[in-house]
Design a protein around this ligand. Structure first.
Ligand SMILES: [Zn+2]
Length: 134
């Protein structure tokens, strides 16, 4: 059976979200080069990232599902108060005062985002937590 890559990921978390979405649609898939990337992130570029592999006959469907996911992600980034799309994912000033979380954010980067950052609306100033979508 032929498997083809439908998407490349540079991080492990995104790759697993993509895989979960495809599996939820009944599309058989797996991640190639996952171990290489996880063990040594520096190698990520060298191997072209984590490849999301699906059966050739499911590739078209998989691409559509992944496209829908991207559209959904974009659409969900609107201010719940004023509906603006002028949203940035920012560190909360309140939490940045805490030097431990600042250091954690510095070292862990994306991994600390969920606890240390919020979506900030630049039109009305409203702040709201990032939505975790399964
Ligand atoms: Zn707003």
């Amino acid at each position: 059976m032929d498997f083809v890559p439908v998407q490349y990921y540079l991080n492990y978390v995104d790759a697993h979200i993509g895989m979960g979405v495809l599996e939820a649609q009944g599309i058989n898939c797996w991640l190639k080069d996952e171990n290489t990337v996880t063990i040594d992130p520096i190698l990520t570029n060298a191997v072209g990232g984590i490849k999301l592999m699906v059966q050739k006959e499911n590739a078209q469907r998989a691409l559509e599902v992944l496209q829908e996911l991207r559209n959904e992600k974009k659409a969900s980034l609107s201010c719940p108060k004023c509906g603006s799309h002028n949203i940035e994912f920012v560190s909360t000033p309140r939490k940045a005062i805490n030097w431990i979380s600042s250091i954690l954010t510095f070292f862990l980067g994306d991994y600390a985002m969920a606890v240390d950052k919020v979506n900030h609306c630049f039109d009305c100033g409203h702040e709201f937590p990032r939505e975790e979508k399964e």
